[in-house]
Structure formats: C-alpha cells, structure tokens
Design a protein around this ligand. Structure first.
Ligand code: ADP
Length: 408
C-alpha cells in the first residue's frame, strides 16, 4: 500500500513538473506576442506607467479592454498547450507590493509560490518605465493533473481498494481462527476429562474385582464386571466421536455408497438403541413408510447419523424420554424425522448447533456431557449424500430434526 501510494505521489509530482513547464512556456510566448503586437504592447505599457492611475472613464474603459485582450491571449496560449485552466491574473511591480491590474476574482495570496509569473519585457518595460510582473493563478491545477493521470490513478486506487478488502478478509479469518482455537482448546480439556473418568473407574473396578475373585464373592465380582462393561461402553462412544471427527477432517475420506433401504438402516440402529431407552424408562415410537425408501447411502456413516440424532434426543430429554422416528416419501425425496420432547433449542442457537464444537450454553455446563461434534458430523454426512437437514425446536414441544435424502 505504501509503495502504491508513493508511486501515485511520484506520478502526480512528475505531472505537476510537466504542467509547470508548459505554463512557463505559455507565459514566455506571451512576451513574444506582445513584441509582435506593437499597439497592444504600447497601450499596456502606458497603462502600467507609474503614476498613470487616473480614474478617468476613458482610462477605465481602456483598462477593461486591455484586460480582456490579455485574458484572451492567455486562454489561447494555454489551450494551444492542451491546458484548459480556470485562471485569474494580476500585474504588479517587481516585489508585488503594488498591483497595477488584476482580473476579476484574483485573490492575493503569496505572490511567490502559488502563482506562475513572468516579467513583461521589451516594449511594455520600456513604456511602463520599470519592471512589471504578470502573475497567473490556476485554480484547478490538481483537477487537471488527476484528469491527465487517470490511467495511473484509477488502477492505483482500485489496487489499493483490493488490498484493503484482502486485509479485511485476512483480519476476519484470523479472528475466526482465534475463536476456533479457543473452542478447540476447550474441546481438548473436555475430552481429556471425559476419557480420564472411565479409565480411572475401570482400573479401580478391576482392583476391587480381583479382591472379590480372590475371596470367591462372585455376586459382587459380577457387579463390578458389569460396571467395567458400562465404563468401557462410555469410553468407546467417546473414541467413536473423535474418530468421526478425524474421518471428516481427513483429506482422503470417501463414502462407500450403495443402494440401501433407509427403513432397514433405521430399524437396525433402533434395535441396538432400545436398551438405552428402557434404561431411562422411556418410549420410542416408529412410523416407518410401508414401502422401502431406497437411497444411495454409506451404511456405516448413515447409521452413525441416525445414532447421533437418537443419542441427542435421549441426552437432551432430561425428564421424560419420548422419541418418535418417522420415515416417508415426501416431495420426491426420502424424509426421516427424529423428534423428542426434550429441553428444546432456543431459536437463536438453532443455526449454530451444526457448527463444529458448538454447544448451546447452559447455566450448568456439565449437566449433559458432549463435545459439540455430533451435529456437525451429521450435517456433513447428510450433505455429502446430496441431502439436507434442518431443525424445528421449542422449549415446550421439544426438538425435531428433518433429513431429506434423494431417492433412487
Ligand atoms: P453435543 O456433543 O454437545 O451433544 P452436538 O453437536 O450433538 O454436540 O449438539 C450440539 C448442541 O445442540 C448440543 O450441545 C445441544 O445443546 C443441542 N442439541 C442437539 N440435539 C438436541 C436435542 N435433541 N434437543 C435439545 N438440544 C439439542
């Protein structure tokens, strides 16, 4: 950006030099014209004669007509050099302490820097009797310069704007990255905690189990064996979640799609899930379509999708567990709806729940365990099957997830 800016400034500076030179030449040519037009030079010289400041009307008329002629000559000279300038002029003595003539609108600023000037020579000098200087004030210098430099200015400014937009995107991405990092760290802490607990419980249970085996207390031993089994299941679920994440993040991940009846998959998953529902004294109702719902599905991943949604329905039904699974042919697609009567998802969080690591914030953070990965996985898998997923939820009626998958 600095280079672009400096380039632009250098361009403007060079163009200004060129412009100054051209104006300088015009003024020199004015002296030549005065030399050729004797009457004009003489009249002007007499008018600028020291002491000739008469307020006589004929003198004033003469002054106005000479001023107009001078103006015409200057316009002509500038246009010949390709300069369409808005200018005013004045004629003063050498040090600009006395002004002899000035055009309408001429503002006396610093006579030295802002104006182009030339000493009027030969006949004018001879008639006036002392040095007279013509000052030219061009008010639209920079407008003219920018107009002439438009092929430098427009690309430069466009380039600067593009750079600024890129910078803005970069900052936005960095911020997003930063947020994601924070969430990732939280996830790692969460995961470590979740993995440690079952591992500790298992080692403790094994020790106690050993003691009971040694003393021959088989009933107690069985109890602890069951506990080890449960903790092992917990561990397995956690590991599966992380593996799901790893699968999706891997660049080589590919789905192995095959023609499958969606209803069959649903039944298979529910079969393995029933025990968990019973454990919570809940109910799970199914209303599957009579005819098969054929789709191209990766069985393993799609079973995980159904499993994740059922698991959530169970997890987020804190009191009564009432899950309903519906499948049907709807608007040319296969539709699967998994509903619960759980805690619901506030509307402002409904869009974000599909983001990686996103969990709806609750007062009691550890009330329901999770990593915020399940729905992200579900969405990615559904979409990579050409389908879509959306949610409808409120605190009173619970949550329903709708999945649409193309039929074959
Ligand atoms: P988590 O491991 O936290 O369950 P998910 O990605 O599966 O991660 O879900 C993201 C968030 O969406 C959850 O933390 C929860 O707040 C909300 N959520 C998902 N399913 C349900 C549901 N059936 N009922 C209520 N809230 C849900």
């Amino acid at each position: 950006m600095v280079i672009q800016f400096r380039l632009l400034m250098t361009g403007v500076k060079l163009e200004k030099q060129r412009f100054d030179e051209r104006v300088g030449i015009c003024l020199q040519e004015l002296n030549v014209t005065l030399e050729n037009e004797l009457n004009f030079a003489d009249s002007l010289g007499y008018l600028l004669l020291s002491g000739n400041q008469s307020a006589d009307s004929s003198v004033i008329l003469e002054k106005n007509s000479l001023e107009a002629k001078l103006n015409r000559v200057l316009v002509e000279k500038l246009i010949n050099k390709g300069i369409r300038a808005d200018f005013t002029f004045a004629i003063t003595n050498r040090y600009a302490t006395k002004t002899w003539m000035k055009s309408a609108g001429f503002v006396e600023k610093s006579f030295h820097f802002d104006y182009y000037n030339i000493q009027l020579k030969n006949r004018v000098l001879a008639r006036a009797g002392e040095e007279r200087v013509l000052h030219l004030d061009v008010s639209n210098v920079y407008k003219i310069l920018l107009g002439e430099l438009k092929f430098l200015v427009i690309p430069s400014i466009s380039f600067l704007i593009i750079l600024l937009i890129c910078l803005w995107f970069l900052v936005k991405m960095l911020r997003k990255e930063e947020r994601l990092n924070a969430v990732k760290n939280e996830f790692i802490n969460n995961l470590t905690h979740e993995l440690k607990t079952p591992v500790f419980s298992i080692s403790l249970a094994i020790n106690i189990l050993k003691q009971h085996l040694e003393t021959g207390n088989l009933d107690k031993a069985r109890q602890f064996l069951a506990m080890i089994g449960q903790e092992n299941e917990r561990l397995k679920t956690h590991i599966e979640k992380v593996l799901e994440l790893a699968t999706l993040d891997s660049p080589n991940y590919q789905l192995e799609k095959q023609s499958t009846d969606l209803n069959e998959l649903v039944k298979e998953v529910i079969e393995g899930f029933k025990i968990k529902i019973e454990d919570r004294n809940g109910t799970l109702k199914m209303a599957l379509s009579q005819r098969p719902l054929m789709a191209n599905l990766d069985k393993t991943h799609f079973k995980n999708v159904i499993h994740n949604l059922l698991e959530n329905a169970l997890k987020y039904s804190l009191e009564k567990v009432e899950i309903m699974v519906v499948s049907k042919h709807f608007e040319g697609s296969n539709q699967l709806i998994i509903s619960d009567k759980g805690v619901g998802i506030p509307i402002e969080h409904q869009k974000k729940i599909f983001d990686k690591f996103y969990r709806v914030p609750t007062e009691n953070l550890h009330e329901v365990k999770g990593f915020g990965l399940g729905l992200n996985y579900v969405k990615k898998i559904v979409e990579s099957h050409g389908g879509e997923i959306y949610v409808e939820s409120d605190a009173k009626n619970g949550t329903s997830f709708f999945i649409k998958i193309p039929t074959i």
